[in-house]
Design a protein around this ligand. Sequence first.
Ligand SMILES: Cc1ncc(COP(=O)(O)O)c(C=O)c1O
Length: 448
Amino acid sequence: MVAPDDARSAAPVIPNDLSSFWMPFTANRQFKSAPRMLVAAKDMHYTTHDGRTVLDGTAGLWCVNAGHGRPRIVKAIQDQAAQMDYAPAFQMGHPKAFETATRIADLTPPGMNRIFFANSGSEAVDSALKIALCYQRARGQGARTRLIGRERGYHGVGFGGISVGGIVKNRMYFGTLLAGVDHIRHTHDLAHNAFSRCEPAHGAELADDLERLVTLHDASTIAAVIVEPVAGSTGVLIPPVGYLKRLREICDRHGILLIFDEVITGFGRLGMPFAAQRFDVVPDMITMAKGITNGTVPMGAVACRQEIYDTIVEGSPDDAIELFHGYTYSAHPLACAAALATLEVYREEDLFGRAAGLESYFADALHGLKDARHVIDVRTIGLVGGIELEPIPGKPTKRAFDAFLKAYDRGVLIRTTGDIIALSPPLIIDKSQIDRIAETLRDILNAD
Ligand SMILES: Cc1ncc(COP(=O)(O)O)c(C=O)c1O
């Protein structure tokens, strides 16, 4: 397979041998028998190896919030690579690391102003879990070693993340995982909440499941609870009205840290910088990645309440390293340059406000699919949508995956998880592009 002549100048020649690359979270054999190769991207579109244009309904993997190929971000990365390619972050610093942390802290809820850098969502999650354990120990509560996640949660693929995560396939092959982890129930309830817009009405009381675990384990053994405010990877599960507030209250009552995993919901996806602001609930830590650099350079981060930092840092001897954790590429100069430029683009173009302004149009378009064939639920918030399909009997996931393949053939990139179609377009999408996504899905589903 080679690129067509007109695309060749912009794109690398496509290799004939696809065997060496072991593709992540991919049906390798299926892909390699019929590759879907992307070679260029600009604004709302990808270009495929065979010169087709594909409308990006998923912001890459929920990360390209400002759209593709933004000149300001590209230039910032190029300039930084030329000026200083790398600098260590252990016992050394570079200016953009501090500036990036300050800019991120400007966007987080007040007081969440200490920023630890990682290189992905998975690393951000594992960093947050470790910080939680350190904090509890530093404040004299070292018996608090349990970590609580939620069923259907996705927190990346590190051992910490899959342990607190609640996706069976991500856990079952990998041994005993972290010890001392438990899970509260998920909130997905089609019987009561199907076809809800924004937060579904029923289910705030599911937060009380944390009280059950407190009764079982005792609060004195629990360090932290981690949840996605809106679960993305398991199919856009929006929290019931009042659920997150109740979870916050229970954590406060028992001295348990609350971590919001905002790897997907951060940077405008819900029309606000973070879901914490959208739901008016301030956690103790926020994990983030993806949109932080508009997907251009890998970067993750944890925003912590200042008291967490102070407790760990001031509890250590002077001149000693306080937190025995970090990555070679924490606060990588290229990632910082990309993040600073990205945050400028978000601000200058008011992209979070744009997402808020498009929310109801997006919701109308997706909820208009209610009567399309096989649709058993539509749920939307901000510029995220989930369309749940009735599975083909005996062939779970096939209906949605077939829709993904057909949409790609028709020039629209969607994402599927189980039998759920998840949509999360760049925040620069316009109304006609929203219509195109909805119409393409309607055609595909009704033709099935
Ligand atoms: C909520 C959440 N946490 C963590 C991750 C893991 O991020 P990464 O793939 O960058 O490690 C993801 C990825 O989709 C995510 O959605």
